[in-house]
Design a protein around this ligand. Structure first.
Ligand code: ZN
Ligand code: ZN
Length: 359
């Protein structure tokens, strides 16, 4: 069944006869379209991809299951174009993606489609993306492999006392893109020394000093699919507290991995990791959440954010497992891997060593 065919039954469930897709990742997922500035209109009678002359060639090449409509922006507004297509299929009620529609766009749609009911909806295509197919998993595996390779080279050649966070981050990004990553999965987080306690922070001018933690959180991207991995290393010799914090995070991650299996809810690994950190002297410094799905979005379902997470891990889900301890003013440790849920358990798709690396 094509992705489009999987979407169609959702239209009748929503009580609509057309679905306007505006999220660029959702459009890509359904149609294969890799350009920008597009909307997709799906009806039981056919699907159209609306873009303009800048993306005409890309759209024709990418979208085999969609009729490509090139809108003349000088003469036809987007709502007018949509109205024409809806007239053709006699669609009356249209669902639109509330998360990807601005208030101004909605006002335009209301004015341009006065006779039609507009139905906000959210998470419809995202639900189809919950479980990845073989093509998607291959992209994520490739992105994870590029990240492993870049990190190994970086630790070998670049990370040492005196080099700045920014210099290291730029080198990392160059390595990723040179080996085939399309841009970056997200803005690289690269923090050293006490700054490593910022769960998310941008690399700065700080230069590495002996004994620093260095935290790398980054990813590669293949065909729109981004990997997401964190490693924390020490430049030089770690002290006792650094070892203890690192060991706690590693044991927390392993505890979560040990209970990951198809059919369990996200709460189960969350609680397993949390129990390890809660039993340690660092309980008050535990980070929030355990992990998230990865795919066309950096953070997508299932989101393992707490003990009340009821989302079920299914074979084909790809999630991060990323416990962390963040001690303000001292530093932090996060270890993050991407794992594919399989029929029997899980498979780690990021393979960088997890033991504490001392450079
Ligand atoms: Zn990350
Ligand atoms: Zn993550």
């Amino acid at each position: 069944m094509t992705r489009l065919e999987r979407l169609l039954p959702r239209l009748s469930e929503l009580g609509v006869d057309a679905f306007l897709v505006s999220g660029v990742e959702n459009i890509r997922y359904l149609s294969g379209y890799t350009g920008h500035a597009a909307h997709a209109l799906v009806t039981p009678h056919g699907a159209s991809l609306i873009t303009d002359y800048r993306y005409a060639e890309v759209a024709q090449e990418d979208c085999t299951d969609f009729e490509v409509v090139i809108r003349d922006r000088a003469t036809t507004t987007l709502p007018a174009q949509i109205a024409q297509l809806l007239d053709r299929s006699q669609a009356k009620r249209v669902a639109f993606e509330s998360e990807f529609t601005t208030v101004a766009q909605l006002e335009g749609l209301r004015a341009g489609l006065p006779q039609r009911g507009l139905e906000p909806c959210a998470g419809v295509v995202e639900a189809l993306r919950y479980v990845k197919d073989a093509t998607e998993i291959a992209c994520l595996r490739r992105a994870a492999a590029l990240a492993d390779e870049a990190l190994a080279g970086l630790l070998r050649d670049v990370v040492r006392v005196g080099v700045s966070e920014r210099e290291i981050a730029l080198d990392l990004e160059y390595r990723l893109q040179r080996s085939g990553s399309e841009g970056l999965s997200f803005e690289t987080i690269l923090l050293s020394g006490p700054r490593s306690s910022l769960p998310h922070g941008a690399p700065g001018e700080r230069r590495l000093a002996a004994g620093d933690f260095v935290l790398f959180d980054f990813g590669a991207k293949i065909s729109g699919y981004g990997s997401d991995m964190t490693r924390t290393v020490v430049v030089g010799e770690p002290d006792e507290r650094q070892r203890a914090v690192y060991d706690t995070v590693l044991r927390a991650q392993q505890a979560a991995l040990d209970v990951i299996a198809p059919g369990v809810t996200g709460a189960v690994p969350y609680i397993a990791a949390r129990e390890v950190i809660d039993a340690s002297p660092f309980a008050e410094f535990a980070g929030e959440g355990l992990g998230h799905g990865v795919g066309l979005f950096l953070h997508e379902q299932p989101l393992m954010m707490g003990a009340d997470c009821e989302q079920v891990l299914r074979p084909g889900c790809v999630v991060t497992v990323e416990p962390g301890i963040y001690i303000p003013g001292w530093g932090g440790v996060r270890i993050e891997d991407d794992v594919e849920i399989t029929e029997t358990g899980y498979e780690r798709i990021t393979h960088s060593p997890r033991e504490l690396i001392c450079l």
